[in-house]
Ligand binder design. Structure first.
Ligand SMILES: C[S@@+](CC[C@H](N)C(=O)[O-])C[C@H]1O[C@@H](n2cnc3c(N)ncnc32)[C@H](O)[C@@H]1O
Length: 413
């Protein structure tokens, strides 16, 4: 196995230092583990995946051989030759051999993927059903099948079938019970004109300057568009995450990872492609944005604020009276940040649940406090948000000014 490292902090003791060491940029978030990050590993992924540390990567994108089984040459009506995928790496003796190959690399990926990670596999009708079935057999759990609708597909020159204008991407988690994985729902929606992102993606084929050339010809038969990887990485990873691509080809995954301040690990069995990918990634302009100018992601989990913090910071006083929505239930805030109502004492959640006779209740959204300046009743969550801003160093909303977006309630005495 050979290795080409694109970043100085890419080290695993058993790997040999590469020919092209390079730092990606001063503000590239660094992974904590000793992984061969920002490196192209040369070899067969079925072996190399077992050499990587278990549970170590955040996201996997795999664009495996499709087993297209193309027979004979294909010509356009104008008698020009169609440059179809007829490479040795796409040839398998039988469907059984292809299935075994698929099982092997998917099993390797499962070992390397973190328990909070997800995996994407792209394929066409030739292989995707077999891949989907093997994924399920191995215990993976399908989250979505996303359709890449090619805006400029190759026509069906013989006119014997529909023009094949899409490919399918299976997005899976490691198991049905996996509860945590990255999905940047809010930022995807914001980037999609505030509409929920759907599973049909209209993206053109990789053409023009983006298409790598070698001696004037296409350098690789199946180079994927960067736009596809851009969307996948934005959806399912965060800056600094480690993204593995076991079928690296021209290094599309690495190029986009660098643009998006992610780390990558590529595996590719053809040395020629290893070289091509390496040159390509070295030429990607790394966005040198100072860390302090990068805002927190929209989907970042909200900071936890315990109720006691409101008292400790004087946003609420001991003895303050809370009212449970429009009901006639009132509670008094105690020194230890419990509240009491009708002889019952507990957290804001427990007391609200007790008053409403429910098994559980979110006290932040049910209790209202009276603004001492205006006399207006405001939902307790307003104070939690104010506290959160204070802790995060964002401009604090004065207690007298209630954010317009917050829920208000008119309570008549
Ligand atoms: C469909 S192409 C990937 C193209 C890539 N996504 C891109 O945008 O350039 C599949 C790649 O996997 C490589 N490959 C095939 N079998 C492999 C194996 N067992 N281990 C590692 N790489 C392999 C092939 O050489 C080929 O470059």
């Amino acid at each position: 196995m050979g290795v080409i490292s694109l970043c100085a902090h890419a080290v695993l003791p058993s790997f040999v230092a590469g020919k092209y060491p390079m730092r990606l940029g001063a503000s590239m978030p660094k992974p904590t583990s000793e992984l061969p990050v920002n490196t192209v590993l040369h070899g067969d992924c079925r072996q190399l995946l077992h050499e990587l540390p278990k549970n170590s990567v955040d996201l996997i994108f795999a664009d495996p051989p499709y087993n297209l089984q193309l027979k004979g040459d294909l010509w356009r009506p104008n008698l020009t030759h169609v440059d179809a995928v007829d490479d040795d790496w796409d040839k398998f003796k039988s469907l059984q051999e292809y299935d075994q190959f698929t099982r092997d690399w998917l099993q390797g990926c499962r070992e390397v993927l973190k328990d909070t990670g997800t995996l994407w596999v792209i394929g066409s009708y030739h292989n995707i059903y077999r891949v989907g079935s093997i994924l399920q057999d191995l215990g993976y759990w399908i989250l979505n099948d996303v359709v890449w609708l090619k805006m400029n597909p190759m026509p069906n020159f013989r006119g014997t079938r529909f023009c094949n204008a899409h490919e399918t991407m299976l997005w899976v988690k490691k198991s049905e019970k996996q509860s945590h994985y990255t999905f940047n729902y809010k930022s995807l929606k914001a980037s999609n004109d505030d509409l929920q992102m759907r599973s049909d993606w209209h993206i053109p084929l990789c053409t023009g300057d983006e298409r790598l050339k070698y001696h004037g010809e296409k350098a690789h038969a199946t180079q994927k568009p960067e736009a596809l990887l851009y969307r996948i990485m934005r959806a399912c990873s965060n800056p600094g995450d480690i993204i593995l691509d076991p079928f690296f080809g021209t290094g599309t995954t690495g190029a986009v990872a660098k643009r998006l301040r992610r780390n990558f690990i590529g595996i590719e069995r053809e040395e020629h492609y290893v070289q091509l990918a390496t040159e390509r990634i070295l030429n990607v302009e790394y966005p040198l944005v100072p860390d302090e100018m990068v805002p927190a992601p929209l989907d970042a989990p909200k900071l936890k604020i315990p109720f006691a913090l409101l008292l400790e910071h004087g946003l609420l006083q001991m003895g303050a009276v809370l009212r449970l929505g429009r009901t006639e239930h009132f509670a008094t805030v105690q020194e230890d940040a419990t509240i009491t109502s009708n002889g019952f004492r507990g957290s804001i959640h427990k007391v609200a649940a007790q008053c409403l006779n429910k098994p559980s209740c979110n006290g932040w959204e049910h209790w209202y406090y009276q603004n001492p300046q205006t006399g207006e009743y405001l939902v307790l969550d307003t104070l939690r948000e104010q506290m959160r801003h204070q802790v995060e160093g964002v401009a604090v909303t004065p207690a007298t000014e209630v954010p317009k977006t917050k829920k208000r309630v008119k309570v008549t005495k």
